[in-house]
Design a protein around this ligand. Structure first.
Ligand code: FAD
Length: 515
């Protein structure tokens, strides 16, 4: 039996540094039986540099790695993200535009012994004129008031309201690198891999680098980005494309200054629908990250850049934009022989619900907890890893696609094609059919395979004005007075929270100053 003693991570983007720091913090060489973690990154090939909105799981990940929250806020230029505001996605049945809706990270309020509020909201017992998210959580109103999710005095990584962060991808990778090398014993090689040598079984034998000669390990983690140097190019693991479900395959990205140094920072991502895609708008401390994700089958690159610049207006004048090409999909066997692909090397989902970094976190969690003690265990461990990762991709595709097929936008071929039943996976069609007569429930999902909780499906469904008709079962929901008391209590707490929680920009500046 050959013990696994050394892991070599290839790539120094978000995937590479998150993986190296996570594995080192969980399996470090300092402990008996621990492993040595090394990372090789090219000094000449830059990181993708987008990917600036995270998922709520990031708090646990960063706490596990041992980062300090204030230092993270200061070092990564980070701000708080409490959800996503979808602008111009909802159309009335007549084709008119309805402003926006919010997908919050907070769960719907549900006190023990009290009724589940969703059926009562569906049966019009909720507060008049409030959307589902506004009626069942305080978070919509907190973000509308520009508040952060916590007070300065709250414990690190803890907050009354669930949240993630926005961050500067380049600064985040540099922060993780410094932490990994100084605190966690990660060894960094600045070198470009020129050739991958395979052994007689087809596994990776050695990586030949220009600057450092051959590098060897027991297990290789491919975080080389879209190149997929090890998993895709050297091992030839096939790609499973999802381009017939998720059409977007290009993005124009820009970094935009604030018009005033003290401009308010929205504590959420803004996703605005356009003629052939949507724009993201992410507020960091000293700039915005903005981009237009679009389908090259439905518009030209020139027209897409024009749409982005028109959307931004005067602030975009003279600013450079960068074009990024991609395809939705994943490697069929992200763990193959002695190589695990993590990050863009393993797959890609367009960033509508910011799943990229969350998928890296999932891979790290699985890798650390399933970590094989001996090389002979690679195959069975790989089977478990691959089953979970592939299932996650498939369920994420369903969730993202749901945004496109529910909008009722039909103002361009892009939106018409997105609603074509042929492009909607059968698993999603089934869900939507059932949810016409009852709302989503946790039993619709296999929890280990899901990234999104049932509440996220509910927020998006009802934000998009999907109709679940409960009238035939109206008599089952006879706790109307209790439900209405709960709805009123949520509004009372929302009013209090808006006064209690600090302004978002003031909060991040105070945390950064304290670091
Ligand atoms: P990269 O950042 O591309 O890193 C690749 C690394 O490999 C580099 O260090 C490079 O030097 C190294 N490398 C490559 N070749 C060699 C070689 N021959 N030798 C040595 N080293 C080599 N995710 C989110 O969670 N939220 C978002 O909002 C989000 N938005 C996105 C928007 C767009 C338009 C795109 C394209 C992606 C977005 N993502 C988002 C995904 C996110 O950007 C990625 O998951 C994340 O940045 C990880 O990238 P990576 O580390 O896999 O690859």
């Amino acid at each position: 039996m050959r013990p696994v003693r050394k892991v070599l991570v290839v790539g120094g983007g978000t995937a590479g540094w998150l993986t190296a720091t996570y594995l080192a913090s969980q399996l470090a060489a300092a402990r008996p039986g621990g492993i040595q973690v090394e990372l090789v990154e090219s000094p000449d090939i830059s990181i993708v540099g987008v990917g600036e909105a995270t998922f709520a799981t990031i708090r646990q990940t960063l706490a596990t790695i041992g980062l300090d929250e204030d230092q993270f806020i200061a070092g990564a230029n980070a701000t708080f993200k409490q959800g996503i505001r979808f602008d111009r996605w909802v159309r009335t049945p007549g084709g008119g535009e309805r402003g926006h809706y919010f997908h919050p990270f907070a769960l719907p309020s549900h006190s023990p012994g009290k009724p589940d509020l969703l059926p009562y909201w569906l049966l019009d017992h909720g507060p008049i004129g409030l959307s589902f998210a506004e009626a069942v959580t305080i978070q919509s109103q907190v973000v509308d008031a520009g508040r952060g999710p916590k007070r300065l005095s709250d414990a690190p990584w803890h907050a009354p309201l669930n949240h993630a962060y926005h961050l500067d991808a380049a600064r985040f990778a540099a922060l993780l690198a410094a932490h990994g090398c100084k605190r966690l014993g990660v060894v960094r090689h600045a070198a470009t891999i020129e050739r991958v040598e395979l052994d007689e079984t087809g596994a990776i034998a050695c990586l030949h680098t220009r600057e450092k000669g051959p590098l060897r390990a027991d297990l290789y983690v491919d975080c080389s980005g879209f190149r997929s140097l090890l998993c895709g190019r050297a091992l030839g693991v096939p790609w499973h494309s999802a381009r017939d479900i998720l059409f977007n395959d290009r993005a124009w990205a820009m970094q935009v200054p604030y018009e005033r140094a003290d401009a308010p920072i929205p504590p959420y991502t803004i996703a605005t629908a356009h003629e052939a895609g949507w724009t993201w708008d992410i507020g960091l401390q000293d700039r915005r990250g903005v981009g237009y994700v679009f389908s090259s089958r439905h518009t030209s690159e020139e027209r897409a850049e024009e749409v982005l610049r028109n959307h931004l207006g005067r602030v975009a004048e003279g600013l450079p934009a960068r074009l990024i090409k991609f395809e939705a999909g994943y490697r069929r066997e992200p763990w193959c022989r002695n190589c695990v692909a993590v990050g863009l090397a393993g797959g890609f989902v367009e960033p509508l619900e910011s799943t990229g970094i969350a998928l890296i976190e999932l891979a790290n969690y699985l890798l650390a907890n399933l970590f094989p003690a001996v090389v002979e265990d690679f195959e069975p461990v790989a089977r478990v890893f691959n089953r979970v990762v592939v299932a996650r991709y498939e369920t994420i595709f369903d969730f993202i696609k749901m945004h496109y097929c529910l909008t009722r936008r039909r103002d361009s071929q892009y939106w018409i094609d997105n609603a074509d039943p042929e492009s909607i996976p059968a698993s999603l069609r089934d869900k939507l059919a059932m949810w016409r007569h009852r709302p989503p429930h946790s039993t619709d999902f296999i929890a280990d395979f899901e990234m999104f909780l049932p509440s996220s499906w509910q927020y998006v469904l009802y934000g998009m004005e999907f109709r679940t008709d409960l009238s035939a079962r109206r008599t089952l929901y006879d706790r109307v007075v209790e439900a209405q008391r709960e709805f009123a209590e949520i509004q009372r707490i929302a009013h209090f929270a808006k006064g209690d929680l600090p302004d978002h920009r003031a909060l991040v500046q105070a945390m950064a100053a304290r670091a």
